[in-house]
Design a binder for this molecule. Structure first.
Ligand code: ATP
Ligand code: PH2
Ligand code: MG
Length: 232
């Protein structure tokens, strides 16, 4: 998505969620500085493929990881944050993890050690997590939802799942398979590591985030020359 088009979505997101652009930019600057010192990856360093399997943390992920295991050699596997845990449980190491660092971090760190590249998103509500977890990670590419910086990209996307789809397009994907990308109103223990039950009703903010994720993927279907297939 062109930055000008994204900024229209972003202004609406700021209003709907009450996020502060200055706070998002403060985190982005921190990430930019960290990556300046610790060898940032850029888009060219990431694995490219004409097929990408993007895994989200919705209720269907447990069923879908079994299918992902069978088809993963067809392209690259991208995990959206908490979906990393579901993949590791099936012994699948994602090629890329797209995260704002609120999935189950021990698994994200483990997958990173085993070879997953991490695409870390900075926003106004994760500065503390950036400070805590960036030093524990390697092979990092940075993203922001505000203005891009030298080491921090903005190719569009809001939640980890839809941002992963925008990333897949940047990496050359013409076919994108969605696993565990239910959207809807239910969340899982993969999305909320502290959840006591496996699946629960999402709170109103999470429901709105998932609506945005769905709308952004609809935008891709309408505007980009890619085939998007949702696993059943
Ligand atoms: N029903 C669902 N529940 C959770 N995630 C889903 C669902 N359907 C699709 N997803 C995708 O899976 C991604 C990974 O989930 P996760 O909850 O870890 O992400 P997140 O973007 O960090 O959200 P949050 O800010 O609420 O923590 C989401 O970003 C979303 O795009
Ligand atoms: N400021 C801010 N930005 C975000 C947030 C969030 O909680 N706060 N959550 C996101 C992933 O769903 C993406 N962007
Ligand atoms: Mg997240």
């Amino acid at each position: 998505m062109k930055i000008k088009t994204w900024m229209k979505w972003y202004r609406k997101i700021l209003k709907d969620f009450g996020f502060k652009q200055e706070e998002d930019e403060k985190s982005a600057k921190y990430l930019n500085k960290f990556l300046e010192k610790h060898c940032a990856l850029n888009l060219d360093d990431l694995p490219h493929s004409n097929t990408a399997i993007v895994c989200g943390a919705g209720p269907s992920i447990e069923k879908h990881v079994k299918i992902v295991k069978k088809i993963k050699s067809k392209g690259i596997v991208i995990a959206a944050d908490g979906a990393t845990t579901a993949l590791l449980n099936e012994e699948i190491i994602p090629d890329i993890i797209v995260t704002d660092l609120d999935g189950y971090m021990p698994d994200i760190i483990k997958a990173n050690k085993l070879g997953s590249v991490v695409v870390v998103h900075s926003h106004g509500d994760n500065l503390k997590k950036l400070k805590k977890y960036l030093p524990k990670l390697k092979n990092i590419m940075g993203t922001t939802q505000s203005k891009p910086l030298k080491n921090v990209y903005n190719f569009g996307g809001f939640t980890d799942g839809d941002r992963a789809v925008f990333l897949a397009i940047k990496l050359g994907a013409k076919k994108i398979i969605l696993a565990g990308m239910d959207f809807g109103e239910k969340i899982t223990k993969y999305s909320r590591p502290k959840l006591s039950r496996d699946v629960e009703e999402a709170d109103e903010i999470k429901k709105l985030k998932l609506k945005y994720a769905e709308k952004l993927i609809e935008w891709i279907v309408d505007n980009k020359n890619v085939e998007i297939k949702k696993l059943r």
